[in-house]
Design a protein around this ligand. Structure first.
Ligand SMILES: Nc1nc2c(c(=O)[nH]1)N[C@H]1C(S)=C(S)[C@@H](COP(=O)(O)O)O[C@H]1N2
Ligand SMILES: [Mo]
Length: 169
């Protein structure tokens, strides 16, 4: 896509996982295409409809596979629909330690058989801890070294294709 850099740092790439939460605060921000920024707390997230996705694995060649887990949280599609009214076509989900993923609207609307993409706040029925990644992006279809399972989400930039980098990021 024209607005994505040739070497997109948000596409999955070989990566040494950071074991430590970069901060203790799980609050994150949503950046709408029009420039508006919304602050979202874990309580705000818990107040939205929750989806549970069973049978999720965190597959890492480096340190083995863990799971299966049942992750509970808000579908990323539901979050964007809740907070964004402008046209949009992709999101950038970025952690406080700089790790991140580009997630396209088509991936959110055409749900993979493995399950919908979530912003998880619950694991196996218990509140997720900050050490476990609160708030964590869960991409149930991903089996490539956990390169899309972004822990400690700090900001979600919602973009319309063709829109350049805005919001000062
Ligand atoms: N914020 C953040 N999320 C991340 C990473 C990271 O370095 N920072 N590493 C990824 C990688 S490469 C792996 S293997 C898993 C490790 O997740 P786990 O600690 O739940 O096993 O987190 C993924 N999510
Ligand atoms: Mo990994």
């Amino acid at each position: 896509m024209a607005d994505v850099p040739e070497h997109d740092p948000l596409e999955p790439h070989s990566h040494d996982p950071n074991p430590e939460p970069p901060s203790s605060d799980p609050t994150f921000t949503v950046h709408a295409p029009g420039g508006k920024t919304i602050t979202v707390t874990v309580d705000d997230l818990r107040a939205l409809p929750t989806t549970d996705v069973p049978g999720c694995y965190i597959v890492s060649t480096g340190h083995g596979t863990s799971g299966p887990f049942t992750f509970g949280g808000v579908r990323l599609l539901d979050l964007v629909k809740h907070y964004v009214s402008e046209p949009w076509s992709q999101t950038e989900v970025i952690s406080a330690d700089g790790f991140g993923n580009r997630v396209y609207r088509e991936e959110l609307e055409e749900v993979d058989p493995a399950g919908p993409i979530l912003l998880a706040h619950t694991v196996d029925g218990e509140p997720m801890t900050r050490d476990q990644g609160l708030v964590r992006l869960i991409v149930p279809s991903e089996e490539d070294d956990a390169l899309r399972q972004v822990k400690w989400v700090e900001r979600i930039i919602v973009r319309e294709a063709g829109q350049g980098a805005t919001n000062g990021m």
